[in-house]
Design a protein around this ligand. Structure first.
Ligand SMILES: C[S@@+](CC[C@H](N)C(=O)[O-])C[C@H]1O[C@@H](n2cnc3c(N)ncnc32)[C@H](O)[C@@H]1O
Length: 426
């Protein structure tokens, strides 16, 4: 998200490699059309401390306001640019999923009080108003809130939608709310660290038994082969107009594969069943779960192919509270994942959907979204035989430098060789 982020790899809208691994910042570099200053109800980065938590699981610390850093200011500035919102709204898979969920839960929304955490242009708040909400608090710390307020006025919804220009952590709402809605998911689900603000909003305002949309989220990973990508980025340098430019190969590998790459990976390139890295129940998730997440994996390749790395993607579900048991790995934030049935059956493979809940998926098997998939490439492919095992672990942790960044520690072993890769999604 951060404007200063400099990357060397490619580009594309839902179809190729996206160089900036920061969700939705892509358009910021191309456009300078951003919102203005000032709006009614502005309580920017100030105000009294939040109330105590209503959720038994949460410590007082969980409701304390995170201080505003320069990184946060840059983060919110990035959301003042129109292009980011245009891209999200034009992502019909995403926006239709939210609209469908809102109308599926119309009975729980009509006549009720709603908070939209990070309202952006106000689109989800307006959907909720259309679904009959009595009042919607549309909160955004970015200057896009100025435009959201104008949109609300132009649609004669000012009596229902109240735009609050400030951080969820700072603004005040003097009533409990029935519904909390937010589109908070970053690349690899947790990148951008917005989920903490949903926890804060939940703890501050949501009535016991209230509805959270989406209600849970799951991050998956799977090994992938991608010879075309490797060829285009690396092997290309071996013969350039007949010139041997192999000297470029180390730099090409660094540029192409040092950092996570946001791109579409076709479903047929996935070498094994995906596994769950992290399941988040939005009704019960706590801040302490999010600082660092570790998952162990154990994959078996379905075919003989060069293994080029791992793909990550997520889905979110929209349903009411307490349909799933609380996350068992909440305390340790370590899960074990396998496709050979040997460990932790609760987290194996893709989660079942027994409630037929509405799902927004960013899987390679599903229609593309602006999140695409996130690829962690190896510098060297690993030749895999059919049924060959690859095991290891991945740790995703908030960067201490900037909590919007994500540190990724990957260990993997196969065929008697083991590797470690460190990367930062920035
Ligand atoms: C992914 S956008 C979603 C925008 C809109 N809800 C939509 O669906 O198009 C997230 C928005 O949340 C805002 N945001 C993130 N963290 C926030 C916080 N702690 N307080 C207020 N706004 C926040 C950002 O400024 C951004 O506009």
């Amino acid at each position: 998200m951060l404007p200063s982020s400099g990357r060397c790899n490619g580009h594309s809208q839902y179809g190729g490699v996206v160089g900036t691994a920061v969700r939705r910042l892509r358009n910021v570099r191309r456009r300078s059309c951003s919102g203005g200053d000032g709006i009614r109800d502005a309580e920017r980065h100030g105000g009294p401390p939040p109330r105590a938590s209503r959720y038994a699981n949460d410590s007082v610390q969980e409701t304390e306001r995170a201080p505003v850093t320069d990184f946060d200011i840059a983060y919110f500035q990035s959301y003042s640019h129109l292009g980011i919102h245009e891209e999200m709204i034009k992502d019909r898979v995403r926006t239709d999923a939210y609209r469908n969920a809102i109308f599926q839960y119309q009975d729980s929304i009509a006549g009720k009080i709603v908070v939209d955490v990070g309202c952006g242009t106000g689109i989800l708040s307006i959907f909720c108003a259309q679904a009959g909400a009595k009042r919607v608090y549309a909160i955004d710390a970015s200057d896009i809130a100025v435009q959201a307020n104008e949109v609300v006025k132009a649609n004669n919804l000012s009596d229902i939608v109240i735009v609050l220009h400030g951080r969820v952590e700072d603004v005040e709402i003097d009533e409990e709310v029935d519904v909390l809605i937010s589109e908070w998911m970053g690349y690899m689900l947790l990148y951008e660290s917005m989920l903490g603000s949903i926890i804060t909003a939940r703890n501050r305002w949501l009535k016991p038994g209230g509805l959270i949309l989406p209600s849970n989220a799951t991050l998956y990973m799977a090994p992938v082969t991608h010879p075309d990508r490797y060829g285009e980025s690396i092997d290309f340098w071996r013969n350039v107009y007949g010139i041997d430019m192999s000297a470029m190969v180390p730099l090409a590998k660094q540029c192409a594969f040092e950092e996570p790459s946001v791109e579409i990976i076709p479903g047929q390139n996935v070498l094994a069943w995906p596994h769950v890295v992290k399941h988040v129940d939005c009704y019960t998730v706590t801040m302490s779960e999010l600082g660092s997440v570790t998952a162990k994996f154990n994959f078996k390749s379905m075919i003989q192919a060069p293994l080029h790395g791992f793909a990550f993607w997520f889905d979110v579900e929209f349903h009411g509270p307490v349909k799933f048991p609380a996350n068992n790995d909440a305390q340790s934030s370590v899960s074990e994942i396998s496709n050979n049935g040997s460990v932790d059956g609760n987290l194996r493979k893709k989660r079942a959907n027994p409630n037929e809940a509405l799902v927004l998926s960013t899987s390679p098997e599903d229609p593309p979204t602006h999140w695409q998939q996130t690829l962690l490439y190896f510098y060297e492919p690993v030749e895999m035989e059919q049924d060959q095992l690859i095991n290891g672990s991945v740790t995703l942790s908030q960067s201490k430098e900037n909590r919007r960044f994500m540190n990724i520690h990957l260990e993997y072993a196969s065929g008697g060789r083991s590797f470690v890769k460190e990367s930062v999604m920035r």
